[in-house]
Design a protein. Structure first.
Length: 162
């Protein structure tokens, strides 16, 4: 059975996805039949580029979209257009409508999260700053005051001889 699903591409912690038609038994990032589009959730709004005519073809021939692919199709409005395709509306008008919807959806797109610079990680920076703070000696004025004044027990803490 053929499934339409998302195939992960992109670097570590920078996921983006290809929408592919693949055999049900093939692995997530394994062999596929055809690339049907692209989805990047890291931009605001999410980038969705789909070959709707090929998706209509695969769905009408029995391919089943996965749950995640179904969500992407809903956001893009593809499922509503597919219902109209099944009822007899022309593919050309649906594709023109999809193109205008893509343009309005992608106006003013920006990447939500900047890619980390090569070889850097925020975890390493935080760990280095914490170890540096622990290794650094206390300020000289505070150290001198602490050494000069031994703590005297407070009146409340002294045991009473009652």
């Amino acid at each position: 059975m053929v499934r339409i699903r998302l195939r992960r591409v992109g670097g570590k912690k920078q996921a983006s996805f290809r929408v592919v038609a693949a055999d049900k038994e093939s692995p997530r990032n394994g062999r596929f039949i055809e690339i049907l589009g692209f989805y990047n959730p890291r931009t605001e709004p999410a980038t969705i580029n789909l070959k709707e005519d090929r998706i209509y073809h695969w769905i009408s021939n029995g391919a089943q979209p996965s749950d995640s692919a179904m969500q992407v199709f809903k956001v893009a409005g593809l499922l509503d257009r597919f219902e109209r395709f099944k009822s007899g509306e022309k593919v050309e008008t649906l594709l023109a409508e999809a193109e205008t919807a893509t343009k309005t959806r992608s106006a003013g797109r920006q990447t939500e999260h900047a890619a980390p610079a090569a070889g850097t990680s925020t975890r390493k920076k935080v760990a280095k700053s914490e170890t540096a703070a622990k290794a650094a000696p206390a300020k000289p004025a505070e150290a001198a005051e602490a050494a000069a004044e031994p703590e005297a027990p407070k009146a409340e803490e002294t045991p009473s001889a009652e």
